[in-house]
Design a protein around this ligand. Structure first.
Ligand SMILES: C[S@@+](CC[C@H](N)C(=O)[O-])C[C@H]1O[C@@H](n2cnc3c(N)ncnc32)[C@H](O)[C@@H]1O
Length: 202
């Protein structure tokens, strides 16, 4: 489990993207997720936590949160940024998160874009196996307006794919989750539409 792209770019990434949320709509999306997560027992997992800013925001909002990321370089920054928080070197499959750790909720912000589309179903199956009914998951991704197969795009750091929100909703539905809401937003500073998709374990 490595993320060479992010390992190589971690220092630059930390300098050029020192903040978490670029638009206020993102704050509202995460706040709505937190409202659901606080109702659930266990740890909220920030999948692909990168520099740790979102993990820290979740903790500041009252959640017991842990950040997981396969890039040792990104985790190094996260640990230096937030020495009191918990971070684990792990990828989206969460195989290193001990099985007896109860998961209250999962957020994956711009991280599942880096999982090959053919592997995403397997990740969702693993999550589904570990989560209890009603557990919220929030997925954030660069979206596509083209229905159907995800589209690879020239992400600056690592191979990445954009999903049509309907397709992501479908694959969630096929693997034990039901969409509750989504936000799709467009901004002139982004090349692509962006999506936040909230689903719950059924
Ligand atoms: C664009 S950054 C987003 C960081 C953070 N979630 C945020 O919103 O600021 C993408 C992160 O996903 C991580 N990542 C890449 N492949 C991954 C995988 N297979 N599973 C989990 N995270 C992955 C990268 O190491 C990187 O830290």
């Amino acid at each position: 489990m490595t993320q060479e792209g992010y390992d190589a770019m971690a220092d630059l990434y930390a300098t050029t993207l020192p903040t978490t949320y670029q638009l206020s709509i993102e704050l509202h999306a995460v706040a709505a997720f937190v409202e659901l997560a606080v109702e659930c027992d266990g740890v909220t997992v920030d999948v692909g936590c990168g520099l740790g800013h979102v993990t820290a925001d979740l903790v500041a909002r009252g959640l017991d949160a842990i950040g997981c990321d396969p890039s040792a370089g990104m985790l190094g920054h996260a640990r230096r940024n937030y020495p009191d928080l918990h971070f684990l070197e792990d990828d989206a499959a969460l195989t290193r998160l001990p099985g007896d750790v109860g998961i209250a909720a999962i957020i994956a912000r711009f991280s599942l874009i880096h999982v090959e589309p053919a592997q995403v179903a397997g990740v969702l199956e693993l999550w589904s196996d570990r989560l209890t009914k009603g557990t919220p998951v929030l997925i954030c991704f660069q979206a596509s307006d083209e229905p159907g197969t995800p589209i690879s795009f020239d992400h600056a750091v690592a191979p990445a794919w954009r999903w049509h929100p309907d397709e992501f909703s479908r694959i969630l539905g096929d693997h034990g989750f039901a969409e509750e809401w989504r936000i799709v937003y467009r901004d002139s500073s982004y090349r692509f539409p962006m999506a936040y998709l909230l689903a719950r374990r059924t």
